[in-house]
Design a protein around this ligand. Structure first.
Ligand SMILES: Nc1ncnc2c1ncn2[C@@H]1O[C@H](COP(=O)(O)OP(=O)(O)OP(=O)(O)O)[C@@H](O)[C@H]1O
Length: 230
Protein backbone atom coordinates (compact mmCIF):
# COMPACT_ATOMS: atom_id res chain seq x y z
CA UNK A 1 0.00 0.00 0.00
CA UNK A 2 1.39 3.47 -0.89
CA UNK A 3 1.17 6.55 1.34
CA UNK A 4 -1.27 9.26 0.21
CA UNK A 5 0.66 12.27 -1.23
CA UNK A 6 0.75 15.09 1.34
CA UNK A 7 -1.04 18.33 0.44
CA UNK A 8 1.52 21.17 0.12
CA UNK A 9 1.16 24.22 2.37
CA UNK A 10 1.48 26.40 -0.73
CA UNK A 11 1.27 25.56 -4.38
CA UNK A 12 1.14 28.13 -7.12
CA UNK A 13 1.18 27.76 -10.88
CA UNK A 14 1.62 30.40 -13.58
CA UNK A 15 0.50 33.19 -11.24
CA UNK A 16 0.21 36.66 -12.81
CA UNK A 17 -0.53 39.98 -11.16
CA UNK A 18 -0.68 43.46 -12.69
CA UNK A 19 -0.60 46.98 -11.24
CA UNK A 20 -2.21 48.89 -14.07
CA UNK A 21 -1.39 52.36 -12.67
CA UNK A 22 2.32 51.51 -12.40
CA UNK A 23 2.43 49.33 -15.53
CA UNK A 24 4.16 46.70 -13.38
CA UNK A 25 3.55 42.98 -13.42
CA UNK A 26 4.60 39.91 -11.48
CA UNK A 27 4.87 36.51 -13.19
CA UNK A 28 5.51 33.52 -10.96
CA UNK A 29 5.75 30.29 -12.92
CA UNK A 30 5.74 27.88 -9.95
CA UNK A 31 6.30 27.66 -6.21
CA UNK A 32 5.58 24.74 -3.90
CA UNK A 33 6.23 24.69 -0.16
CA UNK A 34 5.76 21.66 2.04
CA UNK A 35 4.10 21.96 5.43
CA UNK A 36 6.55 23.33 8.00
CA UNK A 37 9.11 24.72 5.54
CA UNK A 38 10.72 28.13 6.16
CA UNK A 39 11.20 30.38 3.12
CA UNK A 40 13.29 33.56 3.08
CA UNK A 41 12.25 35.98 0.31
CA UNK A 42 14.76 38.54 -0.86
CA UNK A 43 15.10 41.06 -3.65
CA UNK A 44 15.70 44.74 -4.30
CA UNK A 45 13.17 47.38 -3.33
CA UNK A 46 10.32 47.31 -5.85
CA UNK A 47 11.01 43.71 -6.98
CA UNK A 48 7.58 42.53 -5.79
CA UNK A 49 8.15 40.95 -2.35
CA UNK A 50 5.17 42.65 -0.68
CA UNK A 51 3.01 41.97 -3.74
CA UNK A 52 3.84 38.26 -3.47
CA UNK A 53 2.88 38.25 0.23
CA UNK A 54 -0.37 40.07 -0.58
CA UNK A 55 -1.20 37.36 -3.14
CA UNK A 56 -0.32 34.51 -0.74
CA UNK A 57 -2.48 36.00 2.02
CA UNK A 58 -5.42 36.63 -0.33
CA UNK A 59 -5.27 40.41 0.03
CA UNK A 60 -4.49 40.78 -3.69
CA UNK A 61 -6.09 38.64 -6.40
CA UNK A 62 -4.05 37.33 -9.36
CA UNK A 63 -5.29 38.09 -12.87
CA UNK A 64 -4.57 34.50 -13.86
CA UNK A 65 -3.00 31.31 -12.56
CA UNK A 66 -3.65 29.02 -9.62
CA UNK A 67 -2.82 29.42 -5.94
CA UNK A 68 -3.60 26.78 -3.32
CA UNK A 69 -3.17 27.26 0.43
CA UNK A 70 -3.36 23.91 2.24
CA UNK A 71 -5.15 22.58 -0.84
CA UNK A 72 -7.76 25.35 -0.92
CA UNK A 73 -7.96 27.30 -4.21
CA UNK A 74 -7.44 30.87 -3.03
CA UNK A 75 -7.68 32.16 -6.63
CA UNK A 76 -11.28 30.90 -6.83
CA UNK A 77 -12.54 32.18 -3.47
CA UNK A 78 -14.64 35.33 -2.98
CA UNK A 79 -13.11 38.20 -1.05
CA UNK A 80 -15.19 37.26 2.05
CA UNK A 81 -14.04 33.63 1.93
CA UNK A 82 -10.41 34.73 1.50
CA UNK A 83 -10.82 36.95 4.60
CA UNK A 84 -12.19 33.97 6.57
CA UNK A 85 -9.36 31.69 5.45
CA UNK A 86 -6.81 34.36 6.41
CA UNK A 87 -8.36 34.86 9.86
CA UNK A 88 -8.45 31.13 10.58
CA UNK A 89 -5.24 29.86 9.00
CA UNK A 90 -2.79 32.66 8.19
CA UNK A 91 -0.81 34.87 10.54
CA UNK A 92 0.29 38.07 8.81
CA UNK A 93 2.76 40.75 9.89
CA UNK A 94 2.45 43.71 7.53
CA UNK A 95 5.27 46.20 6.94
CA UNK A 96 3.01 48.90 8.42
CA UNK A 97 2.16 46.52 11.33
CA UNK A 98 -1.54 47.58 11.37
CA UNK A 99 -1.84 47.69 15.16
CA UNK A 100 -4.87 49.56 16.53
CA UNK A 101 -3.10 52.59 18.08
CA UNK A 102 -5.49 53.21 21.01
CA UNK A 103 -5.87 49.53 22.01
CA UNK A 104 -3.52 48.05 24.59
CA UNK A 105 -0.65 45.72 23.68
CA UNK A 106 -2.62 42.79 25.10
CA UNK A 107 -5.86 43.67 23.30
CA UNK A 108 -4.00 44.12 20.01
CA UNK A 109 -2.45 40.68 20.50
CA UNK A 110 -5.80 39.09 21.33
CA UNK A 111 -7.50 40.49 18.19
CA UNK A 112 -6.21 37.65 15.98
CA UNK A 113 -7.59 34.90 18.20
CA UNK A 114 -10.91 36.79 18.37
CA UNK A 115 -11.12 36.86 14.55
CA UNK A 116 -10.11 33.19 14.41
CA UNK A 117 -13.11 32.42 16.66
CA UNK A 118 -11.01 31.31 19.64
CA UNK A 119 -12.07 31.71 23.26
CA UNK A 120 -10.57 34.74 25.07
CA UNK A 121 -10.07 32.85 28.35
CA UNK A 122 -7.91 30.25 26.56
CA UNK A 123 -6.01 32.82 24.46
CA UNK A 124 -5.15 35.25 27.29
CA UNK A 125 -2.47 33.16 29.10
CA UNK A 126 -0.86 32.24 25.78
CA UNK A 127 -0.86 35.90 24.68
CA UNK A 128 0.85 36.97 27.93
CA UNK A 129 3.42 34.17 27.64
CA UNK A 130 4.19 35.05 24.00
CA UNK A 131 4.64 38.75 24.81
CA UNK A 132 7.00 37.89 27.68
CA UNK A 133 9.04 35.53 25.50
CA UNK A 134 9.40 38.33 22.96
CA UNK A 135 10.87 40.58 25.66
CA UNK A 136 7.75 42.68 26.30
CA UNK A 137 7.49 42.84 30.08
CA UNK A 138 4.16 42.84 31.94
CA UNK A 139 4.25 46.60 32.60
CA UNK A 140 3.86 47.14 28.82
CA UNK A 141 0.85 44.86 28.32
CA UNK A 142 -1.73 47.52 29.35
CA UNK A 143 0.00 50.36 27.46
CA UNK A 144 -1.62 51.67 24.29
CA UNK A 145 0.17 50.38 21.18
CA UNK A 146 1.04 53.90 20.04
CA UNK A 147 3.02 54.46 23.27
CA UNK A 148 5.54 51.81 22.19
CA UNK A 149 8.67 52.12 20.07
CA UNK A 150 8.51 50.70 16.53
CA UNK A 151 10.71 47.75 17.58
CA UNK A 152 8.32 46.98 20.45
CA UNK A 153 5.34 47.30 18.09
CA UNK A 154 6.97 44.81 15.72
CA UNK A 155 7.08 42.29 18.58
CA UNK A 156 3.38 42.89 19.35
CA UNK A 157 2.61 42.30 15.67
CA UNK A 158 4.39 38.93 15.62
CA UNK A 159 2.72 37.89 18.91
CA UNK A 160 -0.66 38.75 17.34
CA UNK A 161 0.18 36.76 14.19
CA UNK A 162 1.34 33.69 16.15
CA UNK A 163 -1.36 33.63 18.84
CA UNK A 164 -4.07 31.68 16.95
CA UNK A 165 -1.47 29.03 15.95
CA UNK A 166 -1.80 29.60 12.19
CA UNK A 167 -0.81 26.96 9.65
CA UNK A 168 0.95 29.65 7.59
CA UNK A 169 2.90 32.67 8.83
CA UNK A 170 3.65 35.53 6.43
CA UNK A 171 5.90 38.34 7.65
CA UNK A 172 7.06 41.42 5.73
CA UNK A 173 10.29 42.86 7.16
CA UNK A 174 9.12 42.28 10.75
CA UNK A 175 12.54 42.87 12.36
CA UNK A 176 13.62 46.05 10.55
CA UNK A 177 13.55 48.21 13.73
CA UNK A 178 15.11 45.69 16.14
CA UNK A 179 18.63 45.72 17.56
CA UNK A 180 20.62 42.52 16.95
CA UNK A 181 19.88 41.01 20.39
CA UNK A 182 16.10 41.51 20.13
CA UNK A 183 16.17 40.49 16.46
CA UNK A 184 17.79 37.14 17.28
CA UNK A 185 15.39 36.55 20.18
CA UNK A 186 12.50 37.42 17.82
CA UNK A 187 13.72 34.89 15.22
CA UNK A 188 14.17 32.15 17.81
CA UNK A 189 10.70 32.64 19.34
CA UNK A 190 9.01 32.95 15.95
CA UNK A 191 10.59 29.80 14.52
CA UNK A 192 10.18 27.76 17.73
CA UNK A 193 6.47 28.67 17.79
CA UNK A 194 6.12 27.86 14.09
CA UNK A 195 7.87 24.50 14.49
CA UNK A 196 5.81 23.57 17.55
CA UNK A 197 2.64 24.06 15.47
CA UNK A 198 3.89 22.68 12.12
CA UNK A 199 3.46 26.18 10.69
CA UNK A 200 4.96 27.10 7.30
CA UNK A 201 6.84 30.43 7.32
CA UNK A 202 7.36 32.97 4.53
CA UNK A 203 9.56 35.83 5.61
CA UNK A 204 10.66 38.91 3.67
CA UNK A 205 13.75 40.83 4.71
CA UNK A 206 16.60 42.93 3.35
CA UNK A 207 18.75 41.63 6.24
CA UNK A 208 20.91 38.89 4.71
CA UNK A 209 22.20 37.84 8.15
CA UNK A 210 18.76 36.27 8.75
CA UNK A 211 19.20 33.81 5.90
CA UNK A 212 20.87 31.41 8.39
CA UNK A 213 17.45 30.74 9.98
CA UNK A 214 15.84 29.43 6.75
CA UNK A 215 16.10 26.25 4.72
CA UNK A 216 14.79 27.82 1.49
CA UNK A 217 15.19 31.15 -0.22
CA UNK A 218 13.44 32.87 -3.12
CA UNK A 219 15.21 35.57 -5.08
CA UNK A 220 12.53 37.89 -6.52
CA UNK A 221 14.91 39.21 -9.19
CA UNK A 222 15.52 35.76 -10.59
CA UNK A 223 12.37 34.09 -9.27
CA UNK A 224 14.32 30.99 -8.42
CA UNK A 225 13.66 28.83 -5.41
CA UNK A 226 16.89 27.55 -3.88
CA UNK A 227 17.82 25.42 -0.92
CA UNK A 228 19.60 27.39 1.77
CA UNK A 229 22.26 25.24 3.40
CA UNK A 230 21.90 25.49 7.20
N1 LIG B 1 -0.68 50.06 -4.67
C1 LIG B 1 0.10 50.07 -5.74
N2 LIG B 1 -0.31 50.63 -6.90
C2 LIG B 1 0.45 50.64 -7.99
N3 LIG B 1 1.70 50.11 -8.05
C3 LIG B 1 2.19 49.55 -6.93
C4 LIG B 1 1.43 49.50 -5.72
N4 LIG B 1 2.16 48.86 -4.77
C5 LIG B 1 3.33 48.55 -5.37
N5 LIG B 1 3.35 48.95 -6.66
C6 LIG B 1 4.44 48.74 -7.61
O1 LIG B 1 4.69 47.35 -7.68
C7 LIG B 1 6.08 47.08 -7.67
C8 LIG B 1 6.40 46.06 -6.57
O2 LIG B 1 6.14 46.65 -5.30
P1 LIG B 1 6.34 45.86 -3.96
O3 LIG B 1 5.84 46.73 -2.85
O4 LIG B 1 5.73 44.51 -4.09
O5 LIG B 1 7.93 45.72 -3.90
P2 LIG B 1 8.89 45.27 -2.70
O6 LIG B 1 9.90 44.33 -3.28
O7 LIG B 1 8.07 44.75 -1.57
O8 LIG B 1 9.56 46.63 -2.29
P3 LIG B 1 10.20 47.12 -0.88
O9 LIG B 1 11.41 46.25 -0.62
O10 LIG B 1 10.56 48.54 -1.15
O11 LIG B 1 9.13 46.97 0.18
C9 LIG B 1 6.81 48.39 -7.50
O12 LIG B 1 7.39 48.75 -8.73
C10 LIG B 1 5.73 49.38 -7.12
O13 LIG B 1 5.92 50.61 -7.75
Amino acid sequence: MTDKPKIPAIELKQLRFYYQAAGWQLNLPALTLKVGEHLFVRGASGSGKTTLLNLLSGIAQPISGELYINGQPLHQLSSGKRDTLRAQQIGVVFQQLNLIPYLSVLDNTLLSSHFAGQCKADSMPRAIALLRRLGLADNLHRQAANALSVGQQQRVAIARALLPQPTLLIADEPTSALDSENRDAFMRVMLAEADANGCTVIFVSHDQSLLQYFNLQLDMQRLELGAQPC
